[in-house]
Design a protein around this ligand. Structure first.
Ligand SMILES: [Ca+2]
Length: 364
């Protein structure tokens, strides 16, 4: 959390009125004196104008804060609709999505060979269609989300219920995620091996999730091998003209709703990422007026002022870390802001996939 204002709206208006009253009283006097001297009151007026400008800025922030709190007053993390009666484990179900809660297949069987990188003939718009059609093993495949689009390579997680298109993965810290806008737009990393790290690219992610109802699952693992996860329904980003603004709806899962900043309204005011534009070190689109969240946090991500979740942050090799900024691979509602995670995966499939196929229970 980078910036807070404790000023109450009522107190603020009193301050504004006080300043205006001072101006009304001072300025006629200043005008008279001005006749006798060159500009004796000019400096005071300038100071008062500066104070008014600062108060106007505070008014803007307080007004936005009030609107935000009103908008999100019902936006609390949603508990699973049907609580599990089974003992909770690290791979327990994530609420009403009936997922196995495991990481993708590459974590479970790390050394298994991958299938070839996919046929040049592309039939499927995403991994869920490929799963429905062929039930292939996990691996890299070519997909084409939209008919006019060139196919591109993605990692398909065909376990954990199957049909997941993976668009972000951290595993070993060998890929630098502190990159410019164009890299995050086009994608970067490696797309060959079972444990390769990558960002699929905002253009590809936009084409994958801009239509229809989907479910994003975020898999997390700490340095002790403990795992957790979060689900978001109807996860989507706008196009580049709107700086890939993030929007999502219902949360469920075990790791906490860090994308929204947690349960506290103050935290949500500074860290809620819903509605935030994407920022990189060379494009500051955050709401942190005093600086660049992307530069401080060494990542391209959706930032507010700045975040409680940043899966593209700096890769620390021991989990807990210290420093000037909470710039690790962070999911704050699970391990806190000063713990950098070891494995992360962000993956998506259609919501309707669960309804038709019923494979969300991970029985394959
Ligand atoms: Ca900024």
């Amino acid at each position: 959390m980078k910036f807070q204002t404790d000023i109450a709206a009522g107190d603020f208006f009193l301050q504004v009125m006080s300043v205006l009253l001072m101006l009304v009283l001072v300025c006629p006097v200043a005008s008279s004196i001005y006749l006798l001297a060159t500009d004796p009151c000019g400096r005071d007026v300038a100071v008062l104008k500066h104070s008014i400008k600062k108060l106007e800025n505070k008014l803007l922030i307080v007004t936005w804060q009030v609107e935000h709190l009103q908008k999100h007053k019902y936006f609390h993390p949603v508990q699973p609709a049907v609580p599990s009666t089974e003992p909770e484990t690290d791979t327990a179900s994530g609420g009403n999505h009936n997922s196995s809660g495991t990481l993708d297949g590459s974590d479970v069987m790390p050394m298994k060979p991958l299938p070839p990188g996919g046929s040049l003939l592309v039939h499927d718009k995403d991994c869920s269609e490929l799963f429905d059609r062929l039930r292939p093993p996990s691996g890299f495949y070519r997909i084409r989300p939209k008919p006019h689009q060139d196919p591109f390579l993605v990692y398909c997680d065909m376990e954990d219920g199957g049909g997941w298109t993976v668009f972000q993965r951290r595993r070993h810290g060998k890929v630098d995620f502190n990159r410019d806008w164009v890299d995050y737009k086009d994608g970067f990393g490696d797309f060959k091996l079972w444990n390769d790290e990558f960002w699929l690219g905002n253009e590809h992610i936009h084409s994958l999730i801009s239509e229809g109802r989907n479910l994003v699952k975020i898999d997390l693992m700490d340095w002790d091998g403990q795992r957790s996860h979060a689900f978001y329904e109807n996860f989507r980003i706008t196009d580049e003209s709107d700086k890939y603004r993030l929007q999502y709806e219902l949360y469920s899962g075990k790791a906490g709703d860090a994308l929204t900043g947690g349960r506290g309204m103050v935290e949500q005011w500074s860290a809620c990422l819903s509605g935030m534009q994407f920022s990189t070190r060379d494009q500051d689109n955050d709401r942190y007026l005093q600086g660049s969240c992307a530069q401080e946090n060494k990542a391209g991500w959706w930032f507010n002022r700045c975040h409680a979740a940043n899966l593209n942050g700096k890769f620390y090799r021991k989990g807990k870390y210290t420093g000037k900024y909470d710039n690790g691979v962070v999911w704050g509602t699970w391990r806190g802001l000063w713990y950098s995670l070891r494995h992360t995966t962000m993956k998506v499939r259609p919501l309707v996939f669960l309804d038709i196929v019923g494979s969300g229970a991970g029985e394959i």
